[in-house]
Design a binder for this molecule. Structure first.
Ligand code: ATP
Ligand code: MG
Length: 288
């Protein structure tokens, strides 16, 4: 079984790429065979980790030419591969718009046996704006994860933009692409009263337009400089911050909680935790 997850939000800068990279990193260290797909024309995920072996093709060939064989790049992290973004001018979006089944091409191509044979989990990062490429990524996924910084503008955009986008795409089920459930993740939460208030509101029944097809995860990812520093050092944050002074949990604990909640079938994650590699990290500042 190969599970496909799309990290999505109609708002930019909420933490999609950081979350995709770190989820991929910890899942790979837990022994899962993981593929990252960069579906953002700004190729941030493509350069997040060092690439050990670069493939001749990327996402453009995968979607527009159905070239599934030669688009897998290997990162320096074992078990973690990448399909890089090679569409800086956004031509892929035009191509998808003008192809009669453009929005489900990615889904069809990911259903190829090669993906099932090679990967346990596929994580698709998207751009923070509505568009055909984002639609294609949403249609390809079994479920969706949306990071929501608990501040009022992001919370409103989640309800107005991201939830509305899911509603708009629901008719795609008639083309064989039912839209997977949406899981909101309270992300980059700081210690202000306002952030706590918005997080509580997001978890309350009244805030979300309809329950059932979407819910807010119990795990919360705090705001911490460790995520930025880990990105600077091009390493997964669970390797970077393995312990921490103070009351709040370190990044390794947070990421493990998230994995447990998103992938309960990966039981027993506890045992696997010991296998996550704490690495010698470069100079690190104490997170706030
Ligand atoms: N948990 C965190 N705590 C503090 N800062 C974070 C955290 N996660 C990510 N960041 C920072 O937030 C900023 C935005 O993150 P990121 O680029 O992942 O967002 P994005 O949603 O992918 O943006 P875009 O829509 O532009 O693609 C980055 O500077 C990143 O380092
Ligand atoms: Mg991004």
């Amino acid at each position: 079984m190969c599970i496909k997850i799309c990290i999505v939000s109609t708002k930019g800068g909420v933490g999609k790429t950081t979350l995709t990279a770190n989820l991929g990193g910890i899942l790979a260290d837990l022994g899962q065979r993981v593929l990252l797909i960069d579906a953002d024309p700004q190729p941030t995920l493509s350069t997040y980790y060092e690439v050990r072996e670069e493939s001749p093709s990327g996402i453009s060939e995968l979607i527009a030419k159905s070239q599934v064989g030669d688009c897998f790049s290997r990162t320096v992290i074992d078990n973690l591969d990448l399909i890089y973004s090679n569409d800086p001018e956004g031509r892929l979006a035009d191509w998808i718009l003008h192809d009669p089944i453009g929005r489900i091409r990615l889904k069809q191509n990911l259903d190829h046996d090669l993906f099932k044979e090679r990967y346990d989990i596929v994580l698709i990062d998207t751009q923070g704006a509505v568009g055909p490429l984002q639609d294609a990524a949403v249609c390809a996924a079994d479920f969706l994860v949306s990071p929501i910084p608990p501040e009022i503008l992001s919370a409103r955009e989640f309800v107005r933009g991201t939830c509305a986008m899911i509603e708009r795409l629901k008719p795609m089920s008639y083309m064989g692409a039912p839209i997977g459930p949406l899981k909101g993740l309270i992300y980059r939460q700081d210690r202000t009263v306002d952030a706590r208030f918005i997080a509580d509101e997001l978890r309350s029944e009244s805030f979300l337009p309809s329950k059932g097809a979407m819910d807010i995860l119990d795990t919360t990812v705090p705001a911490s400089v460790a995520y930025r520093e880990a990105a600077t050092h091009r390493m997964p944050v669970h390797r970077y911050e393995t312990k921490r002074r103070g009351a709040s949990p370190c990044a390794a604990e947070v990421m493990l909680e998230l994995v447990k909640e998103l992938f309960p079938h990966l039981h027993p994650v506890e045992g696997m935790a010991a296998e996550t590699q704490a690495q010698e990290v470069p100079h690190r500042s104490e997170a706030p």
